[in-house]
Design a protein around this ligand. Structure first.
Ligand SMILES: [Mn+2]
Length: 455
């Protein structure tokens, strides 16, 4: 129990593999070397849910991306070295049999060296004593500025201590850099391991959506569908949803971040589900909208076809050199034409577009990066211009139409209707791959699945 090879978690760990993390650290170290910089990251903290109970721990995204550890309070330091190599130092909670009985197994410093490839590891309590020595001589220290006050404070203490001794030969770093940007620019192009994790997350997400399509019946409740989807995620080994699952039927679907999920599914309503499974702390993000009873009404179908056409037109533009703004503009074109032809707004498509009247029914942007975070890191603009897609980028395309039940001056059959169609798209060398293609989105294909389940 006290040996260094103690494994606090069954199954392959770190996941995806130690090699993947070593490769990431080499890449990040190379970029630090160019800047004569060291990097300090924090594992994050347990968050109180209420009184003395806590939410399940989820490590800081940049931290986990770099080392695969799931250690609250841990600090890791990445130090490029002159010879082209680097050193990776970790500070973690020490093994403690008595505490582990209560709050779970720990790796301890030995386990972090053994399993996670750290060059040195120390108990957390030694951070203040060791950090100045580690940062000494680098020009810049990168850390996620402002994200973790405890880490900000620890780095400041280290710098203060070095400044106090600089007349005796120590050279404190002169600059602080924001690790968020540094790591974001690494994370935006998915490496092989990241892409494998994301594919797994999206595949499991797809299974959850399919299970929901097969199970939903009028009279069931939104929470039952939520439970079913998340059961599907968990039973396939996902750590759970990567964000609060949105399961909204009828008018609830017109609330963009509806997470109450407690209404009955009405016969004749369209159910909107926006849910994604997490795998290796990468998240899928799929939205589908379909009729609870298996058949769209003519109005629902017309509105759905507009959103689907926007989704398909937007995805067509997902290729190297294109960008998120171009996709958004294309989706707006299709949505505005639809709003005019369905008479949701009694104006021409051009007027709806120019005067931004579409905002009444489509009030959000169309895309975001996807990865470790569901709204992933990485810049959206470079030099004031929308960032051009490159192979390895992953983004969503998610146009929608939201027509609240109390909307005046639209044909009755459109009221209380929310539709969004969201896919996860990988940019490839010559175009794209729809990672979420496993969940059908054509009307006949969705109606067939639901219809078959109802027979
Ligand atoms: Mn999304």
């Amino acid at each position: 129990m006290s040996d260094a090879t103690h494994d606090p978690r069954p199954g392959p760990w770190p996941s995806p593999s130690l090699e993947a993390y070593l490769e990431r650290r080499s890449r990040v170290a190379a970029s630090l070397r160019e800047r004569d910089a060291a990097l300090v990251l924090y594992g994050g903290e347990l968050r109180t849910r209420a009184n003395d109970t806590e939410f399940r721990f989820r490590p800081d995204s940049d931290f986990h991306y770099l080392c695969g550890l799931e250690e609250p309070g841990a600090v890791v330091v990445l130090l490029p070295e002159g010879d082209g190599g680097h050193r990776f130092v970790a500070f973690v909670r020490p093994r403690d049999r008595e505490i582990e009985v209560w709050s779970g197994r720990r790796l301890g410093p030995e386990g972090v060296v053994e399993r996670f490839g750290a060059d040195e590891a120390h108990p957390l309590a030694e951070l203040d004593a060791q950090l100045p020595r580690l940062l000494d001589g680098y020009d810049t220290v990168f850390l996620p500025l402002g994200r973790w006050p405890a880490l900000d404070a620890a780095v400041h203490r280290a710098l203060t201590s070095l400044r106090r001794h600089n007349r005796t030969g120590e050279s404190p770093p002169r600059h602080l850099g924001n690790a968020e940007d540094l790591l974001g620019e690494e994370r935006i192009v998915k490496d092989a391991a990241s892409l494998a994790s994301l594919r797994q997350a999206v595949d499991i997400t797809a299974e959850g959506h399919l299970a929901a399509m097969r199970a939903a019946r009028p009279g069931m409740h939104e929470y039952q569908i939520e439970a079913l989807i998340e059961y599907e995620f968990r039973r396939r080994g996902s750590s759970g949803p990567g964000y609060g699952s949105i399961v909204g039927s009828g008018d609830n679907a017109t609330i963009l971040h509806y997470v109450d999920n407690r209404s009955p599914l009405g016969d004749g309503e369209v159910l909107l589900i926006d849910a994604g499974a997490e795998w290796d702390y990468h998240s899928g993000d799929i939205t589908r909208s379909w009729p609870v009873n298996g058949r769209f009404t003519p109005e629902q179908r017309d509105a759905y076809e507009v959103v689907l056409a926007a989704n398909l037109a937007g995805i067509e533009l997902a290729k190297p050199g294109s960008n998120i703004d171009a996709i958004h503009e294309r989706c707006l074109d299709v949505l505005c034409e639809g709003m005019a032809s369905l008479k949701l707004i009694p104006e021409s498509a051009e007027t709806i577009r120019e005067r931004k009247l579409y905002r009444k029914f489509y009030m959000h942007r169309t895309s975001h990066w996807l990865g470790v975070d569901v709204h992933d890191a990485g810049r959206y603009t470079l030099g004031g211009e929308p960032r051009a897609f490159a192979p390895g980028h992953v983004l969503t395309v998610e146009p929608g139409l939201y027509i609240a039940a109390d909307t005046e001056d639209v044909p009755e059959g459109f009221c209380g209707l929310g539709i969004r169609v969201e896919d996860d798209i990988l940019i490839t060398a010559d175009g794209h791959e729809v990672l979420s293609a496993k969940v059908p989105k054509r009307v006949d294909a969705m109606e067939a699945i639901i219809g078959e389940a109802h027979r």
